[in-house]
Design a protein around this ligand. Sequence first.
Ligand code: FE2
Length: 325
Amino acid sequence: MKTVLFVDDEKSIQNAIERMYLERDDVRCLFASSGQEGLEILAQEEVWVVVSDFLMPGMRGIEFLSKARGIRPDTVRIMMTAYADISIAIDAINKSEAYRFVTKPWVNQELLTTIDEALMRYQLIQALGKNDESLYLSLAQTVELKDPYTKGHCDRVAQYSVSLARAASLDEHAINEIKHGSWLHDCGKIGVPEAVLNFPGRLSEEDQEIVRQHPRWGADVARQARMSDAVVNVILSHHEQFCGGGYPAGLTGEKIPIEARIVAIADVFDALYSDRPYRKAFEFERVMGIMQEMAETHFDPRLMELFGPISEEARLKKSMEDSGN
Ligand SMILES: [Fe+2]
């Protein structure tokens, strides 16, 4: 069961948290009043998320979270403090690799959302670490539930990517990794608030920045779950552009791993050729027109050439499906 451990020496905090979770029967809350007590609980219980106070008598929050990492490396760590001091926050995050930093007093809904995201992150790490192919697709579908207009997107991206990888003469092992990477390429969107993902218009700069974090967030989780380099590469680099104008690293040309260059083409093609929250799918000719223009800057030109016949197949399949409806 989803379990959150709160470590705080103030009793009033425990009461406030208990009130906050009164109506939630899907989350089990545990409490410790000191770092030492918290470590004892961690040694015995499968804690998904730990929220620790920064200033406590005895063991400080940073030391506690660092030790917590030693006991349960997958437990997601959140630091909480009354001191909204950014240098403390950075220090805490670096030393204990805290996932988030929350300031006291908190807004209930914000804290609940932060903890829910941390719980999802834990669940994702556990599922990815199981090395079970059937779980990967169901995880991708969980991401699609958050963003309902992308229904079927991950699976279609996987089909196009596999065809393209085959056309580029990659070996079967690499092709299989690309399939997994394609399913999971947007798993980092679990870390993006739904209100941002489903926003019907142009996003603010700040929200765009949050969306741009999804490759790093997802790759981080995949790495922690000890997934293969190829899968991590797809998740991390599927928004890089051949010309260097992409994110998160601004890699250029063949410095972008080939598996990510493949999935980038499949991802954009499917995005243009399916309905989105803010517009209907484009006609095939328009999709290919846009893709050809982008081929100069965004995509690997050699792969784009190989993608021609694959896009034709997709067009045929879609027209058959549309006439069948
Ligand atoms: Fe993405």
